[in-house]
Design a protein around this ligand. Structure first.
Ligand SMILES: Nc1ncnc2c1ncn2[C@@H]1O[C@H](COP(=O)(O)OP(=O)(O)OP(=O)(O)O)[C@@H](O)[C@H]1O
Ligand SMILES: [Mg+2]
Length: 272
């Protein structure tokens, strides 16, 4: 597939968040998983990456940062007593809202799922939470933040807790354009930010490489910046099956191509 990204006619957005904070320097072991367009597999990828890291003996925390429609708990079949909703209302601390997910061997902070959205919490509150998360991250080898879709300020604010941003795209033109939009806004707001690309649900590794090349060319051409490829995850029926069964794919179908592709990505990240 040879998708052409449209000419970049959007106006450069002025940076509006406070530049450079202690959060940024602290978040080196924190990875945020972003996308732009929704439904490209961020949550499934975040869970599987956290699981793969835990299987490699790394103390890992998965933070559900989808403030609108949190669903890490749903994909994992969890019924958390406490979630980010309780943190935002000041009932508990972030640490208290954290629980160990025994089956996967990693810790989880669930978002507020099913009981209203957190999408409208003030940015200042979100910044405090991001700072708490950065502090908490010092007790872990890796922290994965599953972000909500979109490029809104709240998403970007949470992404600030992360030293590395993995932008997930599929080969769909809308997904590519939205991934580009996310990269653009983030690169302008945080010059020099460590932004990398994951191609998910690729029909083949070759097609995934082509998808990445399309995105890279747009970034090079318009932003003069070339986000590296972290890896390609192939489309696999067993992803849907695992989600439907609320069981991590690395338990249900560890030999699935998509599962092995995420394991390769985990190895690559740990080799740095
Ligand atoms: N590698 C893959 N192969 C096949 N299907 C996939 C793959 N990755 C994700 N999917 C499908 O995409 C759907 C959406 O996945 P997921 O909920 O993780 O996306 P998301 O980006 O987190 O969505 P949202 O933006 O709504 O949070 C899943 O239900 C799954 O069926
Ligand atoms: Mg999601």
């Amino acid at each position: 597939m040879s998708t052409q990204l449209p000419n970049d006619q959007t106006q450069m957005m002025a940076p509006s968040l406070a530049p450079g904070s202690s959060v940024r320097s602290r978040g080196r072991n924190v990875l945020a998983v972003a996308s732009g367009k929704g439904g490209v597999g961020k949550t499934w990828f975040s869970i599987t990456l956290a699981h793969a890291l835990a299987l490699r003996g790394r103390k890992t925390l998965l933070f559900d940062g989808d403030l609108g429609l949190a669903n890490v708990d749903i994909q994992l079949g969890l019924m958390p007593q406490l979630d980010l909703g309780s943190v935002v209302t000041g009932k508990v601390t972030l640490t208290q809202a954290c629980s160990h997910y025994e089956r996967g061997g990693f810790d989880v902070i669930a978002g507020r799922s099913g009981s209203g959205s957190l999408a409208n919490i003030p940015l200042s509150r979100l910044q405090l939470m991001a700072e708490d998360l950065s502090m908490m991250a010092t007790a872990y080898h890796k922290v994965i933040i599953d972000l909500g879709a979109g490029v809104e300020k709240s998403v970007r604010q949470l992404a600030r807790a992360a030293g590395t941003i993995l932008v997930v795209t599929s080969d769909e033109p809308t997904s590519l354009t939205d991934a580009y939009a996310f990269i653009k806004v983030t690169a302008l707001e945080r010059p020099g930010a460590d932004i990398r690309v994951v191609v998910n649900a690729a029909n083949s590794t070759r097609e995934g490489e082509r998808t990445y090349a399309t995105l890279r060319k747009a970034c090079e051409g318009f932003l003069k910046f070339s986000p590296p490829l972290v890896g390609i995850v192939r489309r696999d029926m067993r992803v849907r099956e695992a989600i439907r069964n609320q069981t991590p794919i690395l338990i249900r179908s560890p030999n699935a191509e998509a599962a092995m592709d995420v394991e390769t990505i985990a190895d690559k990240l740990l080799a740095e």
